[in-house]
Design a binder for this molecule. Structure first.
Ligand SMILES: Nc1ncnc2c1ncn2[C@@H]1O[C@H](COP(=O)(O)OP(=O)(O)OP(=O)(O)O)[C@@H](O)[C@H]1O
Ligand SMILES: [Mg+2]
Length: 455
């Protein structure tokens, strides 16, 4: 193959008429690297192997060139394999209806026989132009995704607020308290703050206060001198000291015992600490970032968390919204995660079905982004098709969207939904809706105002 051939865009011609194939190939080879196929199977094979940008597809393919069934199937297969491909269907003289149907199914354009090569070339050039624009757009969007905020994604106003807060606080030495349900990205926020701070070259040290037994946690945090306790054979620096010049991330801060809360408070006030069994005070320049999914106000009211520590830690508080309150971010995240997992592992899944997108959006996400990650990760491995369905994501059950809610909330959500549906079916007629739901009119009126349902 000549070198400049490699730079030409790829075109696949699918036609069962050899004469047409040859004629088209001959006319278009100047501009395109042309591949040809004569039936559905070979079309798909070539398409998968070469990934052409544009395809011309004769709808009348064997074994029954007169009905367009095989052509439509081929169209579907190609678009399943790559929704971005531009397919131009070619129909017989009277194929207008088929052509429109094909466009409805995702074909880019149509062309009628007999083929005027000059005209076809114009159509192809335009299709290629659109293809290239879309590709550029995707590449830009991709860059935007990955730059958005390190690996933190989100375009919802709630997340933009979080990003702004990270920006503002990063270059100060203020302690930051990050609160939010589990899986909302608290650790990611802490890392983002560290990475954007002047401390980025120094260590980011994370410790989970809930995962370490209380009697070990103290020396883990503050370190110890040789002989401080049985088994302390050597002197050891604690995590606060290892994060010297950098940031210490205290996860699950609500689990810290009261005596350790006092010690931590002292460190925050004086920037000095004593190792266990040590006598000298050591000056340590470590910034503290803390996180919790516990309601610290409740813990303070119950005397389990010190108020003075709360105010020291929470000079700035960043509250992460639950995923279900982030609107379109669910889809943005889902698509980005799908892309991440499919490029990691060479899977052939390319997208979500429409139903899956709806299911993703109406689900409650009690485990937030982490749960979304896990569902997509598993679906990518297990799904048989090329597009993920609600079933693949384990969101097919009518109950899945109520998961994570209490019985009462779930009951009310269901009640509201059902009333809305039946009301819509009866075009807002209250009497008929009440009858259909088996309640009296006054009861229905009460429910309508309770759920703020408009007729
Ligand atoms: N906005 C986001 N964009 C992309 N990925 C995210 C986002 N938020 C969270 N994640 C991912 O979700 C997972 C959970 O995030 P992270 O561990 O920071 O949450 P967490 O709030 O600390 O959870 P937990 O309370 O369970 O410790 C991580 O894999 C993280 O990369
Ligand atoms: Mg965490």
């Amino acid at each position: 193959m000549r070198r400049d051939d490699m730079d030409k865009p790829k075109l696949l011609i699918v036609d069962d008429d050899e004469e047409i194939r040859t004629q088209m190939k001959w006319a278009l080879a100047q501009e395109y690297r042309v591949f040809i196929a004569e039936d559905r199977a070979s079309a798909l094979e070539v398409f998968q192997a070469e990934r052409p940008a544009i395809v011309t597809l004769d709808l009348g393919l064997p074994p029954h060139p007169r009905d367009m069934e095989e052509g439509f199937r081929t169209l579907n297969d190609i678009l399943q394999a790559d929704t971005n491909a531009k397919v131009i269907v070619i129909t017989g003289r009277n194929g207008r209806e088929y052509a429109l149907q094909a466009i409805g199914q995702g074909a880019y354009d149509f062309f009628r026989k007999p083929i005027q090569l000059g005209e076809l070339q114009v159509v192809l050039r335009r299709a290629l132009h659109v293809y290239q624009l879309e590709q550029e757009h995707r590449a830009l969007q991709q860059r935007l995704y990955s730059q958005a905020f390190g690996e933190m994604l989100g375009t919802s106003p709630q997340m933009q607020e979080v990003f702004t807060a990270i920006h503002k606080v990063a270059n100060t030495d203020a302690s930051v308290l990050i609160v939010g349900e589990s899986g909302t990205g608290k650790e990611l926020v802490a890392r983002a703050i560290h990475r954007r701070s002047g401390r980025r070259e120094a260590p980011f040290v994370a410790i989970n206060c809930g995962a370490i037994p209380e009697n070990l946690l103290e020396s883990e945090l503050f370190g110890h001198e040789k002989g401080a306790f049985t088994g302390a054979h050597m002197q050891r620096k604690g995590r606060i000291e290892s994060a010297q010049g950098g940031s210490l991330f205290l996860d699950e801060i609500g689990e810290l015992s009261l005596p350790l809360q006092v010690k931590l408070l002292r460190f925050l006030q004086e920037h000095q600490l004593e190792r266990l069994g040590g006598r000298e005070s050591i000056a340590v320049n470590t910034r503290v970032l803390a996180a919790t999914n516990m309601d610290l106000h409740q813990a303070m009211a119950a005397g389990r968390f010190r108020e003075d520590l709360y105010y020291r830690l929470g000079v700035v508080i960043i509250a992460l919204p639950p995923l279900r309150e982030r609107g379109e971010d669910v889809l943005l995240l889902a698509k980005a995660l799908l892309q991440r997992y499919t490029t990691e592992g060479k899977y052939k899944i390319t997208a979500f079905t429409r139903q899956a997108l709806t299911a993703l959006q109406s689900y409650n996400w009690p485990g937030n982004v982490r749960e979304l990650e896990n569902r997509i990760k598993r679906a990518v491995i297990m799904a048989p098709g090329t597009r993920l369905t609600p079933g693949d994501l384990d969101l097919a059950s009518p109950f899945s969207k109520y998961e994570g809610q209490g019985l009462r909330e779930a009951r009310e959500a269901l009640e509201k939904e059902l009333i809305q549906r039946v009301l819509a079916r009866h075009k807002g007629n209250v009497t008929r809706t009440a009858t259909a739901l088996g309640v009296s009119r006054p009861t229905l009126h009460e429910l309508l105002s309770k759920y703020a349902i408009e007729r």
